[in-house]
Design a protein around this ligand. Structure first.
Ligand code: CMP
Length: 139
């Protein structure tokens, strides 16, 4: 059974370009409810820990520098089939491959500065949400 929560971050490129409002509008229009939200900036250490699964990838250093280089908006979203439906809404990792109308097609610059993150599984949605929000903050 698929879960009803996912985790997202609006990344530094999209925050810098003042796309927070437009992106949140798309998220709400697609039927997601925002159940937790935070504007913050990751330290290098925290960005490294968040993306630990990519540690062996050649782009890891670039990813950590990039994600700690400016403010982000982290949020937990609720909807039926949240993980799958949200990944459809944001589009492919590489904006050049993202479908028309998706958030990355509309707002992303490149594969590293790709505007928005979406969890890839229910398990990671829970892990990533807990990274930013304690259960106390959520209720
Ligand atoms: P996201 O899926 O949010 O989390 C992992 C990120 O790594 C991904 O978004 C991209 O921004 C980034 N990424 C994936 N592949 C590459 C790549 N080949 N070069 C640079 N960054 C990448």
């Amino acid at each position: 059974m698929s879960g009803n929560r996912t985790f997202t971050m609006i990344k530094p490129d999209a925050v810098e370009k003042n796309y927070i409002g437009a992106i949140l509008d798309k998220i709400n229009a697609a039927g997601f409810k925002i159940v937790a939200m935070k504007y913050t900036q990751l330290s290098k250490e925290n960005a490294g820990a968040f993306y630990e699964v990519h540690k062996e990838r050649p782009f890891y250093g670039e990813l950590v520098d990039y994600m700690s280089g400016g403010p982000i908006v982290a949020a937990i979203l609720e909807k039926e089939n949240a993980v799958t439906d949200f990944r459809t809404l944001i589009g492919a990792t590489n904006p050049e491959e993202a479908a028309e109308g998706t958030i990355r097609k509309l707002y992303a610059e490149s594969i590293s500065a790709n505007a928005i993150h979406g969890s890839d599984s229910d398990e990671n949605a829970a892990i990533e949400g807990n990274f930013f929000f304690s259960s106390l903050e959520r209720h």
